[in-house]
Each structure stands twice: as structure tokens, then as C-alpha cells.
Design a protein around this ligand. Structure first.
Ligand SMILES: [Zn+2]
Length: 392
């Protein structure tokens, strides 16, 4: 009897635009029922009927609309159901970790964070946190989505040169029966930026970030172009740097080494920093307070190198616009002329009159978390995902 009911409700969810309404609400978290029906071309009656079904399936809820003072009865706001599906996002960056529960629409329910020593042992600690989240939310937890500052293939971190990790399997983060997704932090931040941030509305967005090294992703029609195994977008390991330098990745001349704290330390004839991100922050802060300082020259060199690689990638990938995050925003803000010179010099002549605009990230440090949650909801907001939800 139970399975017949589940099959019936799964069929009901698959039909008549329920999936379209859910995807719309996920992408537009404060939308009203009237917004959804307008955007999806539904009659008011169909929108009411679909939202009633989604409410019964514990996927959507309706909240009172904000008072506008306008005439007529305002349309209710479509909100995630209080017992609806959740995604557990695990964000592993060079020195920090974060575990957060995200609901439909991207709202963060609970979140905890801490620092780690850089050792891969942190995976054991995070597995404990994910197990606790699973115990707390039970079947509401539909996926674990991990964002990592490293190169990812499947669910393994092939290398995270900033942390010295190689071949670290993340399977311990998978609770029994729950899908595990793993993505590169820059790629996930780019996905979110293209869909919800500074790139929203553009067809092809090139996102570039600099933290320790450079990374990014090309997002076309809201989909990341990340290759056969998800390891694409490692722009930092293209040979836009000095061929005399060997990168921890094993290649020579990587762009990574020309744009971050290691590059700035080299410009300043200082030893290579143990923590390149913090070193870069100090150099940037000094350049900001004293534009005539040697630190400013180091920032300008890194900005020029960022611009050159950006121009090369624009030639190759043809984006509508380029979005920047992390240290790349500081480089662009402090040294716009060197960045622009590097960019223009690398662009093919026909592009120079009207190059793709370069914009700072709108999501900032929330980019990776938002992108990791979106990647998981992409899997959940499908016919198969809804069928599994109904069965649970
Ligand atoms: Zn490299």
C-alpha cells in the first residue's frame, strides 16, 4: 500500500510542471506564486494546484507575502518546506573547514566551521560532523556536496598542492545511502557566480579566482564545462608563467606561480611563504596604505600576469564576461592599469575594441558554499531525485 502511494505521488510530481516550479523556486528564493506562474507560463489555477501538490509532498511551503500596500490580494511567497530536502555542504579550504546544511533556495539552516592544520586527517574529523548532520536530519539529508581547494577526479582529491595532499579519498564523508559529490572550489564558486552572482543573465561566463594559485571555470548556459572526470578548469596550471619554475603539480611554468603570494614574495626577493594566502594579504594591505611601496610593485607584477592569462583564456574560450573572486579582486582594484595592460596585450587584435568586461564577484566568500549546494540540487531536482524523495 505504502509503495503504491509513493508511486502515485512520484507520478504526480513528475507531471505538469512540478519540477519546473521547484527549479524556479530554487533559483529565485523569494519568488511568489504569481512570479512562478508568469515565468513558467502557467495559469493561476495550475500554479495553485501544483504548489498544493508540492506542499503535500513536503517540498514547498507558502509564506505570507510582504505588505506592499497595493490593491488586490498579494500572491504568497514560495518557500522551502520546513520538512523538505536538505544538502550537507562541506567546504575544505587551505586552513579552514565548514559544514553547513542548505535547503531549497540556498538558505543555510545550520553551519559550523573551524581551522585545520593542513593535514588530510581533517577528513576524519569532517566525517564525524557529517555523521552528526545525518543523525540530526535523517531522510531529509539528500546529498553531501564537498568543495575542495584542489584538483578533483570523481570523489578523490587527486592533488591539493596548497596543502600537500595527493590521492585523498573522500568516501568517508558519505553517509550510508546518501549520494556524495565532490568539486573544485573555484569551479563551484564560478557555477554560483554565473547563475546567481555577477554573471547572472550572461550565456558564457569565465570565472577566475586567485587564492593559493589560480583557478576557475567556464560556465555555459548555467552548466560548468569541467571535462570528462570533473578535473577541468585547472587554468592555474596552464604555462602562462616562467618556464624556469617548477610547480608543485609537476609541470613547469604554471600560471599559479605568477599571480599569488608566492609570486609577490619572489618579486620582493623574499623567501617562499609557508602560507601564500596570508603573505599575499599582508603585501596587499601594505600596497593599499602606501602606493609608492615595493609591495605595490609586487602587486602590479601579479596583476599584469593575471591580466595576460585572462586575455589568453578569453581568446580560447570566448566568454561574454569575466568574473573575479578572492585575491584577484584585490589585484584588479589596486593595480587596474597593469591588469588592463596585461589583458589587452594578450588579446587578439579583433577583441581589443570590445573586450569582455571584467567584474568582481557578487557572492564573495559564499560562492563555494552556494555552488556546492547548487551542484547537489541539480541532481535532486530531477525526475529521479523526486521519485527517490517520494519513496522516502
Ligand atoms: Zn602547476
Amino acid at each position: 500500500m505504502r509503495s503504491t502511494t509513493a508511486a502515485h505521488s512520484a507520478r504526480a510530481l513528475r507531471s505538469q510542471g512540478a519540477l519546473a516550479v521547484l527549479r524556479f523556486v530554487h533559483a529565485h528564493p523569494s519568488a511568489t506564486r504569481a512570479d512562478a506562474s508568469r515565468a513558467l507560463g502557467l495559469s493561476s489555477g495550475s500554479a495553485t494546484e501544483i504548489t498544493a501538490r508540492l506542499k503535500a509532498a513536503r517540498l514547498l511551503d507558502e509564506a505570507a507575502p510582504p505588505r506592499t500596500g497595493g490593491r488586490g490580494r498579494p500572491s504568497p511567497v514560495l518557500a522551502p518546506h520546513p520538512e523538505g530536502p536538505l544538502v550537507c555542504v562541506v567546504d575544505i579550504s587551505h586552513e579552514r573547514w565548514r559544514v553547513a546544511c542548505v535547503e531549497l533556495g540556498g538558505g543555510v539552516l545550520d553551519s559550523e566551521q573551524g581551522r585545520h592544520s593542513g593535514s588530510a586527517d581533517v577528513v576524519g574529523l569532517l566525517a564525524g560532523r557529517v555523521t552528526a548532520v545525518h543523525a540530526r536530519h535523517g531522510r531529509r539529508l539528500r546529498a553531501v556536496s564537498v568543495s575542495v581547494a584542489g584538483t578533483v577526479r570523481g570523489t578523490t582529491i587527486v592533488q591539493a598542492s596548497g596543502m600537500g595532499w595527493r590521492d585523498v579519498a573522500l568516501e568517508p564523508l558519505r553517509p550510508p545511502g546518501v549520494p556524495l559529490l565532490v568539486g573544485n572550489d573555484a569551479s563551484l564558486a564560478g557555477l554560483a557566480e554565473a547563475r546567481r552572482g555577477a554573471g547572472a543573465g550572461a550565456r558564457a561566463v569565465l570565472h577566475l579566482t586567485v587564492e593559493v594559485g589560480a583557478g576557475g571555470i567556464l560556465v555555459v548556459d548555467g552548466r560548468p564545462v569541467d571535462g570528462a572526470t570533473g578535473a577541468g578548469g585547472e587554468f592555474g596550471h596552464m604555462p602562462f608563467g616562467d618556464p624556469a619554475l617548477e610547480c608543485p603539480c609537476g609541470a613547469r611554468g604554471c600560471w599559479d606561480l605568477a599571480v599569488d603570494g608566492r609570486a609577490m614574495a619572489r618579486s620582493l626577493r623574499r623567501p617562499q611563504p609557508r602560507d601564500p594566502r596570508t603573505a599575499a594579504e599582508r603585501i596587499v594591505a601594505r600596497a593599499r596604505t602606501d602606493p609608492a611601496s615595493r609591495e605595490m610593485d609586487a602587486v602590479a607584477d601579479a596583476a599584469r600576469a593575471l591580466g595576460r592569462g585572462m586575455g589568453a583564456l578569453v581568446n580560447a574560450l570566448d566568454p561574454d564576461l569575466v568574473t573575479l573572486s578572492g585575491l584577484a579582486i584585490d589585484l584588479a582594484a589596486l593595480a587596474p592599469d597593469p591588469l588592463g595592460e596585461g589583458y589587452t596585450a594578450a588579446l587578439m587584435r579583433y577583441r581589443r575594441a570590445d573586450p569582455p568586461p571584467v567584474r568582481p564577484s557578487a557572492l564573495g566568500s559564499l560562492g563555494t558554499l552556494t555552488g556546492a549546494a547548487d551542484a547537489a540540487f541539480d541532481v535532486l531536482l530531477t525526475n529521479d531525485g523526486l521519485t527517490a524523495w517520494s519513496a522516502s
